[in-house]
Design a binder for this molecule. Structure first.
Ligand code: G4P
Ligand code: NA
Ligand code: NA
Length: 191
């Protein structure tokens, strides 16, 4: 997706060989015009899948997921990382291991919003080691819903998450795939 790649090049910053900062449009300040285009791109790629719901995880997955939900006219559910005051029972829970933080946390979604007849698109901002996506896929399975695929705004192709999911037979659509951040140079995978 050219508009996204352009934003990554112009506004993104490689903090190291592994981490891309995109606070200017995705992780802190949000560019709604770019998000709208991102939503349209996800909707186009998954429009024939009969999606009835989008599942993401707070916080940075929400903006692109809502834009995709707007285009597909389906509700967007976000998994919570912390226990909520009102969301206490009837929960689907998955464990998510963070390699960077070296810790495992639980994410949760109410059973009320993921039903066995749902066809679910899992979306997130980044796809790196794929642990968050795996947790969301696990929750879709627990709900008895059908998984349509996983979409990410930015996939770090040099980390194993995307290929790990593809090897499981999951359809993965990433709007930009970064092959390398070596020497703080951002290079994209050719499509
Ligand atoms: P991982 O081990 O599976 O790679 O995931 P980890 O839990 O370490 O990732 C921590 C957070 O960093 C996640 O967001 C993830 O989306 C994000 N992330 C991973 N790689 C990059 C990167 O190169 N650049 C940026 N900007 N983010 C990255 P989070 O903590 O859940 O935060 P948020 O969704 O509230 O923003
Ligand atoms: Na995220
Ligand atoms: Na994030």
């Amino acid at each position: 997706m050219n508009l996204l790649k352009q934003a990554i090049i112009e506004k993104g910053k490689a903090l190291s060989d592994e981490v891309l900062k995109v606070d200017a449009f995705l992780n802190h300040q949000i560019d709604p015009v770019l998000m709208e285009q991102i939503g349209k791109e996800f909707a186009e790629r998954f429009q024939r899948e009969g999606i009835t719901k989008i599942l993401t995880i707070e916080s940075s997955g929400i903006a692109p997921a809502v834009m995709a939900g707007l285009q597909l006219h389906v509700p967007v559910v976000f998994a919570r990382k912390r226990k909520s005051l009102t969301l206490v029972d009837n929960l689907l829970i998955a464990k998510v291991h963070s390699f960077t933080k070296g810790e495992t946390n639980e994410i949760s979604v109410s059973k009320d919003y993921l039903l066995d007849e749902d066809v679910v698109l899992v979306l997130d901002d980044f796809l790196a080691n794929g642990q968050a996506a795996l947790g969301l896929v696990d929750i879709v399975k627990q709900a008895g819903s059908t998984l349509a695929g996983v979409g990410s705004v930015i996939e770090k192709g040099f980390q194993p998450g995307g290929d790990m999911l593809r090897e499981q037979g999951i359809r993965v659509e990433s709007l930009a795939i970064i092959d390398s951040l070596a020497n703080k140079q951002i290079s994209f995978r050719e499509e």
